[in-house]
Design a protein around this ligand. Structure first.
Ligand code: 4AD
Ligand code: MG
Length: 477
């Protein structure tokens, strides 16, 4: 007899009758019915214990959270709620779980409480469903790129450059914090540090990915990135995963096509392969929404929202058009925005982005051609001399999901831009080399993986879609 997963046993194709399964007890009811889960599916399998012929001491050890090994006969279920069940012939307790102290009780827990118990929260249906979806999305991402001729490259985690020029980086050092070596001017002498220079955790693999795009053609990275921005919001993490494709000979229009096709593809993958988890999360959301006033409930269910994205074109809108819409919008005229839109050139805050996607367009929106001075140094300057070929993709309920651009491929223009922003040419000599030797139009984007998982699972807080979230004042586990 081979030990099966519960997913296998519950599948219609299963023909096994003598079965063996290992998992964790979710509940044990009436001294008779074990709801067992092993992580392979959202569903528990019901295991029926013949309590009259089972040792009392053993029955007492069947508690929520315990790991058990069950053997028995798979039979059609007499009861409601499941097609099949296991008539238990033997049960081994592999690991006891004290019901008094086990944090995950068979009742509703708040997400805040479960975050404090992030090491055990995947024992709940919601978090196991979220993390299975996270895994499926990762796979779908690699599959998409693999099938479309992209190479997966690993960009460094420790870097000597600041890709976004935003300065929100975590320093990597092994100098003695109490007594660092000083240079003649009295500043910390990083020449004596491990790498002989200042280093940080990467905020983006883009610059390094560009080097490979300019030789391998189509590449992508998918790795952890770090930002020391002190944003305590439901959409920011200090450590998050980013997917960054970079493609030679592709312009901004091609970049938009790629991003849209890519997102539709990975979302259709989960619609096809993760139906049960999505249905579970959809119902969870419906329950949660019942507690909200009618006006705040969403018109579409989770699966409908995902389908909507897959089946409809993203709306492409220039920054200039967006500013016009915002300027004439009700919240702007009635001074409801915290930051009023007065003129062209204003940076868009999340309240503006949300208005555009949630109120005005009600679908994913690709905003492009932003003012040069609110975007990063490497973006391709347009012929108008004041906008750059940047794009942000905004999603209802999420806000910014993707940020990308066509890259400045002209050496002189790039150098000028760096000078204006006080970016050290010597630091980025290798980046400039790409413009000296065989430069060409190229583009790419970065998609925040956790924001995609939020959209796909309907979870409202980014801390609940990554196993162990890192946020200001929190690096537990
Ligand atoms: O817009 P960003 O800063 O773009 C870049 O880093 C580019 N170098 C990407 C590229 O062109 N290759 O970040 C890209 C995306 C955002 O749109 C957002 O989804 C996500 O990364 N993101 C975050 N996600 C979680 N927590 C944070 N603190 C995030 N900051 C950005
Ligand atoms: Mg951005």
């Amino acid at each position: 007899m081979i030990s099966s997963t519960i997913a296998n046993l519950l599948s219609k194709e299963n023909t096994l009758q003598d079965v063996e399964v290992k998992g964790w007890v979710r509940t044990f009811r009436a001294n008779r019915f074990i709801a067992l889960n092993d992580g392979s599916t959202i569903h528990n399998i019901q295991c029926v214990v013949d309590f009259e012929n089972t040792d009392e001491a053993l029955l007492k050890r069947i508690t929520t959270g315990a790991a058990v090994h069950i053997k028995g006969a798979l039979t059609e279920s007499q009861g409601k709620g499941q097609r099949v069940e296991i008539q238990v012939s033997s049960i081994d307790i592999l690991g006891d779980s004290d019901p008094e102290s086990f944090p995950i009780q068979p009742k509703k827990h708040s997400f805040e409480f479960l975050r404090e118990n992030a090491h055990l929260r995947t024992r709940t249906s919601t978090f196991s469903a979220v993390m299975r979806l996270r895994s499926a999305l990762s796979f779908a991402i690699h599959k998409y790129f693999n099938e479309n001729g992209f190479y997966y490259m690993h960009t460094p985690i420790i870097t000597g450059s600041d890709a976004e020029g935003a300065g929100e980086m975590f320093r990597v050092t092994n100098l003695d914090a109490k007594n660092p070596p000083l240079d003649e001017a009295g500043n910390v002498n990083f020449k004596e540090d491990f790498f002989g220079k200042e280093t940080n955790l990467t905020v983006s693999g883009q610059l390094e990915a560009e080097t490979y795009a300019m030789s391998l053609g189509k590449v992508y990275t998918f790795g952890p990135t770090f930002r020391a921005e002190n944003s305590n919001t439901s959409r920011h993490l200090a450590e998050f995963w980013m997917i960054e494709p970079e493609v030679a000979f592709m312009d901004l229009a091609g970049n938009m096509d790629l991003a849209e096709d890519f997102m539709k593809s990975v979302l259709s993958y989960i619609l096809k392969h993760n139906r049960e988890d999505l249905e579970f999360l959809e119902n969870r959301l419906l329950e949660e929404e019942k507690t909200k006033p009618q006006a705040e409930r969403s018109e579409m269910s989770l699966i409908e929202k995902i389908k909507f994205v897959v089946d409809n074109n993203f709306k492409r809108v220039s920054y200039t058009e967006a500013i016009d819409i915002l300027k004439n919008s009700k919240p702007n005229k009635k001074k409801k925005f915290k930051y009023l839109i007065e003129e062209w050139g204003a940076d868009l805050q999340s309240e503006h982005e949300r208005y555009l996607v949630e109120k005005h367009f009600n679908c994913p929106v690709i905003l492009f051609d932003y003012p040069a001075n609110i975007k990063a140094f490497y973006m391709r300057l347009n012929e108008d001399g004041k906008t750059v070929r940047a794009m942000d993709i905004l999603f209802p309920g999420i806000g910014e999901m993707v940020g990308g651009s066509q890259r400045e491929e002209r050496l002189d223009v790039l150098k000028e831009k760096m000078k204006a922003l006080d970016i050290d040419e010597e630091e980025l000599w290798w980046y400039l080399d790409l413009r000296k030797y065989g430069t060409a139009v190229h583009s790419g984007f970065g998609l925040g993986f956790e924001r995609l998982v939020m959209f796909a699972t309907g979870m409202g807080n980014i801390r609940d879609v990554i196993p162990f979230p890192r946020t200001p004042q929190n690096a537990e586990f």
